[in-house]
Design a protein around this ligand. Structure first.
Ligand code: AHR
Length: 499
């Protein structure tokens, strides 16, 4: 099969905000306890932070980490997680039916972000709590001193303010599973008033309003329209969440999941722009796709877990090679919407539906889905370019016409390189790539990295952590500006063009 790609230096989508390579850590399962924090582990520092896990996170180069939830945040008292550890309460976490010992909290997380080379994206409880607790939290974190909450922080040994700039106004409050579910009007008003209070404190902080929990929610997109009618002028982003699955073991449909993400993003953008038009406003709202991933492998196992334990093995999806292909197409979709999607968090980072797995007391390793995120985070910063693809499609009952080849392209920040990210969805056909980099004829192909495994269900494990890992393909000295390359069946590819 042949595919022709049309890429032109002058046709760009927008600057890639590096925060689209973000991730998420929730007080859930073994994300914290046994994940990033495990006192007594041979690789833990004196504060219990696992250095082996930190090294993998630094390798991924995650620019932003959302915390502490998720569903967890909707009944969380942040005050429980600060101050002397021995005085912190053990609480029942209603969202995940677990015990939260509060051994790791806000200030520990902030210290961890420094070691992980990342920035925090802090979520506020707007499920069971409201404006007062949110204002107190922001004052505790960001005010230098000489006020009740900032002096409390100082009394906890944290002299300098954390200066957290990015805040989520709650989590999935349209969901019946959420503690403190709201109607769109209830949430829209609360989000507006909370945003007003927080921006009175500091107008430079950025706020994310809660969007629909997924696009199958009965109120989508009326939820966004109503919520934003209330708070459009006070917030900077609206959130999107979506998880994809292959429960039906239907490869053609699973590999087309990104078309669902694409139309979901386009619908949310349209809804934001509708509210903007209604308000006769100038401001464009951006999207924080702050939960996305494949999630289904662990569903059955989770039903068998005992409730009310600390750090249970919840949501521990073991990812296959085919999941990595889907993750590659989802990343391409985010890059193709770089003009409006400014934040995105792969949910989550460690152990819980995550690219990094650990064993308590044992090692840490990379799951298959680590690789496309790693490549995109490393080479996907710069300007997202328009890629017009001429390639055959297959017909899918759920998604209609699905192109066999999925692509995105990013010109590096220094303008000296272009990287193409490609997924060949065909199970048996190599795609002969043609076309050129118009206006960038001085660039030539210098490397071709491929992620492929003959077994779609291949996984990485503690015993075999590199079973699914990228390889370097030989590169023929090509014509300058030409794309001529063979893209093997069922593969994720990173093509680097340099001067
Ligand atoms: O990431 C796991 C959960 O998925 C989050 O807690 C919640 O926001 C979503 O439903």
């Amino acid at each position: 099969m042949k595919a022709t790609l049309h890429i032109d230096k002058e046709f760009t989508i927008g600057e890639v905000d590096k925060r689209i390579f973000g991730s998420f850590i929730e007080h859930l399962g073994r994300a914290i306890y046994g994940g990033i924090f495990e006192p007594g582990h041979p690789q833990a520092d004196k504060n219990g932070l696992r250095q082996d896990v930190l090294a993998l996170i630094r390798e991924l180069d995650v620019p932003v980490v959302r915390y502490p939830g998720g569903n967890f945040v909707s009944s969380f008292n942040w005050e429980d997680s600060v101050g002397p550890v021995e005085k912190r309460p053990r609480r029942l976490d209603l969202a995940w039916k677990a015990v939260e010992p509060n051994l790791f909290g806000l200030n520990e997380f902030m210290a961890w972000t420094k070691l992980a080379n990342t920035d925090p994206m802090m979520a506020i409880n707007l499920g069971t709590r409201g404006i007062e607790a949110a204002s107190a939290l922001v004052e505790y974190c960001n005010h230098p001193g000489d006020s009740y909450w900032s002096d409390l922080r100082r009394s906890h040994g944290v002299k300098d303010p954390h200066n957290i700039k990015l805040w989520c106004l709650g989590n999935e409050l349209d969901g019946p599973w959420q503690v403190g579910q709201k109607t769109p009007d209830e949430y829209g008003r609360l989000a507006f008033e909370t945003a007003k209070a927080l921006k009175l404190f500091d107008p430079t902080i950025e706020l994310v309003a809660v969007g629909s929990s997924n696009r199958r929610m009965p109120l989508f997109p009326q939820w966004e329209a109503t919520v934003l009618d209330h708070c459009y002028d006070k917030v900077d982003y609206v959130s999107m969440h979506e998880y994809y699955d292959n429960r039906a073991d239907d490869l053609p449909t699973f590999l087309a999941s990104s078309l669902g993400m694409e139309s979901f993003i386009e619908s949310v953008v349209a809804t934001c722009d509708y509210v903007q038009a209604k308000k006769r406003g100038k401001k464009k709202l951006h999207i924080s796709f702050d939960e996305w991933n494949v999630w289904f492998h662990s569903n059955e196992a989770d039903k068998k877990l005992d409730p009310w334990t600390v750090g249970p093995a919840q949501l521990e999806d073991i990812y296959t090679f085919e999941d990595a292909l889907v993750v590659g197409t989802l990343i391409n979709t985010l890059l193709r919407h770089a003009d409006r999607v400014k934040i995105a968090c792969m949910a989550q980072l460690v152990n819980v539906i995550a690219p990094i797995m650990t064993r308590n007391g044992g090692p840490a390793w990379k799951q298959t889905i680590f690789w496309p995120l790693y490549h995109a985070s490393k080479y996907g910063r710069g300007t997202s370019m328009n890629v017009k693809i001429d390639v055959d499609c297959y017909d899918n009952p759920t998604y209609g016409d699905v192109p066999w080849l999925d692509a995105s392209a990013v010109r590096s920040e220094d303008g000296k390189a272009v990287t193409l990210f490609l997924v060949n969805r065909s199970p048996d056909q190599t795609i002969a790539l043609g076309g050129k980099l118009a206006g960038l004829e001085h660039l030539r192909l210098v490397s071709h990295t491929e992620l492929h495994h003959q077994d779609l269900k291949a996984i990485n494990s503690e015993k075999n952590p590199d079973k699914v890992a990228p390889t370097e393909k030989p590169v023929k000295p090509g014509r300058a500006g030409a794309l001529d390359t063979a893209i093997g069946p069922l593969s994720w590819n990173v093509l680097r063009f340099e001067e």
